[in-house]
Design a binder for this molecule. Structure first.
Ligand code: NAP
Ligand code: ZN
Ligand code: ZN
Length: 350
């Protein structure tokens, strides 16, 4: 069926209306009308060709909340009318060791996982994401949403910003007695602060934007540091168990690795278009510090995060926009001028 969407046709053209085709539900599929879609910096990297491999026309959007309109005959977990979420993936091989472990984002299958937009990571037919009126997805990749309906716009960004920070915080053991740093307080970073705080860790935020400090404290940060203030940075030398780095631009990592205690790890989730300068080896070897990376999160841990957020009353801080204002939103995101996630009200597409 034909569905309204917004697409870019090249890296340098603005977004405009574009009709796409959505399949009628197969036996295991769930079809939903999209209510809200968050705007991730990865949408911008992909649409504007920051990263290699964008297939055009490109319809981004992988922070989707919607209402089920139809289900295939073998679907057991969802029914029409239900509020559900779709995140960054819509398929994977389901049989490799990664998929069996519920970590579909690391799928070893022939083409890896299939992104909600821009097709399988290993190449293949294009997929179209949440900047659209509806989507059809295999039930395995559909999430149950337990938040109140009034909160749904603030729930949408949990589907990427939430899980991308939750997965490494859990994997590296954020919790009581641990000191956690979050670098870059945009969409991902503000969720990192909220989740780390809710998990019981002593949470320190690093922001280049002094105008965000009071709000970041209100999110649950115990301390907020401006990295260019070297005296503030010195106070935290050798003290962090985990630093989660969400910055979307290339920068000097040594300023943060030196803040890790012995055996501490800095986890990179930000994916800048150009590489970071090489880290200083001595800053790592003398305290057995590590630099790691982490990609979104698997479906079971995404459900775990959504349920944790529903239980603890956690949603994202958002600024609602119309679909037609997406280019302006991207321009503001590049300037770190977003508090703290743009969310598209999909009613504006109708
Ligand atoms: P965002 O909302 O634009 O936030 C990024 C934040 O980083 C900014 O708000 C700013 O925070 C800081 N920042 C940006 N440019 C900077 C610079 N030049 N120097 C220092 N700080 C800077 O972006 P996002 O949606 O959170 O995504 C962040 C990155 O993560 C992107 O590269 C995105 O593609 C990537 N990502 C990765 C995954 C994954 O699975 N690994 C998933 C989703 C997104 P302050 O104002 O606080 O300094
Ligand atoms: Zn994302
Ligand atoms: Zn697999």
């Amino acid at each position: 069926m034909q569905t309204k969407a917004f697409a870019v046709k090249s890296a340098t053209t603005p977004f405009g209306p574009h009709a796409i085709d959505r399949r009628a539900p197969d036996p295991k599929d769930v079809a939903l009308d999209i209510l809200f879609c968050g705007v991730c910096h990865s949408d911008l990297h992909t649409a504007r060709g920051d990263w290699p491999g964008t297939q055009y026309p490109c319809v981004p959007g992988h922070e989707i909340v919607g209402r089920v309109t139809a289900v295939g005959k073998d679907v057991t977990r969802f029914k029409p009318g239900q509020i559900v979420g779709v995140g960054c993936m819509v398929d994977s091989c389901r049989s490799c060791a990664q998929c069996q472990d519920g970590l579909e984002q690391y799928c070893d299958g022939p083409v890896g996982f299939t992104g909600t937009y821009n097709g399988p990571v290993g190449g293949g037919p294009n997929t179209y994401g949440g900047y659209s009126a509806s989507i059809t997805v295999d039930e395995h990749f559909v999430l149950d949403i337990r938040h109140a309906e009034k909160d749904l716009a603030g729930v949408a960004p949990l589907l990427c910003a939430g899980i991308t920070t939750w997965s490494p915080l859990r994997h590296w053991g954020a919790g009581p007695g641990k000191k956690v740093g979050i670098v870059g307080i945009g969409g991902l970073g503000h969720m990192g602060v909220k989740l780390s705080h809710a998990l019981g860790a002593h949470t320190v935020a690093f922001t280049t934007s002094p105008n965000k400090v009071a709000e970041i404290k209100a999110m649950g940060a115990d301390e907020v540091v401006i990295p260019k203030d070297t005296a503030q940075m010195q106070k935290h030398l050798n003290s962090f168990d985990i630093i989660l780095n969400t910055v979307a631009a290339s920068h000097n990592l040594d300023a943060f690795t030196t803040l890790l205690k012995r055996d501490g790890t800095m986890v990179l989730v930000g994916a800048p278009p150009t590489p970071h300068p090489s880290p200083a080896v001595f800053a790592l070897v003398f305290k057995r510090r590590g630099i790691a990376g982490s990609l979104i999160g698997g479906i079971p841990e995404t459900q775990e995060m959504l349920d944790f957020c529903a239980k603890h009353g956690i949603t994202c801080d958002i600024e609602m926009i119309k679909m037609q204002d997406i280019d302006k939103a991207y321009d503001r995101m590049i300037k770190s001028d977003v508090k703290y996630r743009f969310v598209i009200d999909m009613a504006s597409l109708k």
